[in-house]
Design a protein around this ligand. Sequence first.
Ligand code: ADP
Ligand code: MG
Length: 289
Amino acid sequence: LEKGKKIDVVVFDKTGTLTEGKPRVTDAVSCAENFTIELVLLLSASLEKLSEHPLAQAVVSAAQEKHGALQEVHEFENLAGRGVRGRIGNDLLLVGSGRLMREFGISTEVCKQKMEELENQAKTVIAVSQNKKIIGIIAIADTLKEGAKEAMEKLHRAHIETVMITGDNERTAQAIAKEAGIQKVFAQVLPQDKAEKIKTLQREGLKVAFVGDGINDAPALVQADLGIAIGTGTDIAIEAGNIVLVKGHPLKVVEALALARITFRTIKQNMFWAFFYNIAALPLAAFGL
Ligand code: ADP
Ligand code: MG
C-alpha cells in the first residue's frame, strides 16, 4: 500500500494458511497383492518418521493407531516439495507425490483411478512404492479454515483478485480452491519457485499481497509488495512479513487491507490540513496578523 497504490491481487499459500495445517489420513489403499493396507502404512510411516513435513506426521500417527512397530530406515533422503526416499533392508522405498513417482519412472497406473477420485475430494494423495513398483496410496485431508470463503467474497467485492499457490497437485488444489471460492490456482509449485510466481504477477503490472506461514514462504513474503505472515506459522515467515496476523484468521487479511486504506486516507487528510494551515497562516504571521 506504499504510495497509496491499491493491492490488485492477494496470493494465499495453501497449507497452514488457508487450511488448518493439521492434516490427517482419511484413506489408505493397497495397490499390490502382497501388501496389506497396514503394511503400506507401516512402511511409509517408517520413512516419514524421519521427515518434519506435516503430511509425514499425519502418516506416522495413522500407522501408530495400527500398533505396528516402525522399521529401521537407511539412506534416508528428503526430496523437498515432493516426498521422501530411503531403504528398509534391501528394499528401496519412495513416498510422495505423483510427480515424484513420474520423476523416478514409476507407473501409478494400477491406482490411478482411485488417486484421481480422492484428489477430486480435495485430499492430498501420496503414493508409496517399493523397488520401483507402486504398492499403495494414502489420502490426507486438511480442513479449510473458518471464514476462508467469506474472506474471498469480501476481497472480490473490493475488486481484489484471489490466487492460491501450493506444492500440491492440480486436482487437489482446484478442489480446495473451489471450496474456498478462490479464483486462480498455481499448483505443483516447488518451494523455491513461489517467489518467482509472485514476480510473474508483478511483471504484469499488478500490486501483489502474499499470505503465508511456512519457512519456504519467506522469499515470497519478501518479494510481494505486501507480505502478510500468519502468526501461528514459523518464525522465519513472521520475520519476513510486513504484517503479522496474530491468530492467522483469513478474514483478518481483509481487515488489515481495509485498515491500511483508512490509515492512508487519514494520513492524506492530515497532510492536507497541515499544508493548508501553513500556507494560509505563515504569510499572515509574517505580516504581523
Ligand atoms: P505445500 O505447498 O502444500 O505446503 P509442499 O511443497 O511441502 O506442499 O509439498 C508438495 C507435495 O509434495 C505434497 O502435496 C506431497 O504430495 C509431496 N510431499 C512433500 N513432502 C512429503 C512427505 N514428507 N511425504 C509425502 N509426500 C510429500
Ligand atoms: Mg504453508
